[in-house]
Write a protein that binds this ligand. Structure first.
Ligand code: SAM
Length: 252
């Protein structure tokens, strides 16, 4: 083996949500690469070099990480959340597929992290207690027709649907289109959770229904969860409420 490349998940925000194994991988690296907001969450240690890049250059960043590891460096490539969920781990394997020689003798590992969907679910209760799926609403890497098909079939199959990348400045309308499509399949009272900046100082978690979902603000720091037909609110005697999906399918 020459160098090492560890693709590390830093979780959605708080240090307490970073696994000890992820911290160890970062501590043992001599080069840390990643999208600037993730790299900036770390404090350089003696001898470490930090390299922050633009978010749109994932494949180039993966190729650079492989190149550095191939020249003997101990590289940590950091991602927010889990690195295998709409993130850098797949970009690295895509680079390996494109150029298998670039991975020769490199010890490549993935260190998992808490993905946004799990952090959001934990904040609101247990919405993922039964079958669920995750769909990215970004049409940068797939067609909108594919997204619509997946949304429709997931709703028909009654999955809880976690929507990553629900909106951005360049794509403000797609979340509304998604809700309109889902409203054609699911009841108007279907629960929808908006979890914004989970784990950060400006975290906001709101619960509404599909009928009112288009009224809610939504941006690229938001994770949207659309409930199944079984997802419901549960209220304690003191008025506190949570959202959960029962573990068993019940008769309708
Ligand atoms: C490119 S994906 C990366 C996902 C990341 N690898 C993960 O496992 O969470 C970015 C999307 O993840 C979601 N996201 C990431 N961090 C979040 C957070 N702290 N709170 C809410 N959503 C978050 C948002 O939907 C955002 O648009």
């Amino acid at each position: 083996m020459t160098g090492t490349l560890t693709i590390v998940g830093l979780g959605p925000g708080p240090e307490g949500w970073v696994t000890p194994a992820a911290t160890e991988a970062v501590d043992h690296a001599d080069m840390i690469l990643g999208y600037a907001p993730y790299v900036n969450r770390l404090t350089p240690k003696a001898g470490q070099v930090f390299e922050a890049t633009d978010n749109r250059e994932e494949l180039a960043r993966a190729e650079r990480a492989l190149h550095l590891a191939g020249s003997g460096r101990r590289v940590a490539l950091v991602s927010g959340g889990d690195p295998g969920v709409f993130a850098m781990a797949a970009a690295v394997y895509e680079a390996v597929e494109k150029n298998p020689a670039s991975a020769e003798k490199i010890d490549i590992r993935v260190e998992p992290g808490v993905t946004a969907m799990l952090a959001a679910a934990a904040r609101i209760g247990a919405p993922l207690g039964h079958d669920f799926c995750a769909i990215s609403l970004s049409d940068n890497l797939k067609s909108w027709a594919t997204i619509e098909k997946r949304l429709r079939l997931a709703a028909e199959a009654d999955f809880v649907i976690a929507l990553y990348n629900p909106a951005s400045k360049a794509r403000p309308q797609q979340i509304k289109q998604a809700f309109d499509l889902l409203a054609g399949v699911l009841p108007a009272e279907t629960i929808v959770v908006f979890a914004r900046a989970v784990g950060r100082a400006d975290e906001e978690v709101d619960v509404t229904t599909l009928a009112h979902a288009t009224e809610m603000p939504c941006d690229m720091r938001t994770l949207v969860m659309v409930g199944s037909r079984e997802t419901r609110k549960v209220v304690a005697a003191d008025g506190r409420a949570w959202v959960y999906t029962p573990r068993s399918e019940r008769e309708r």
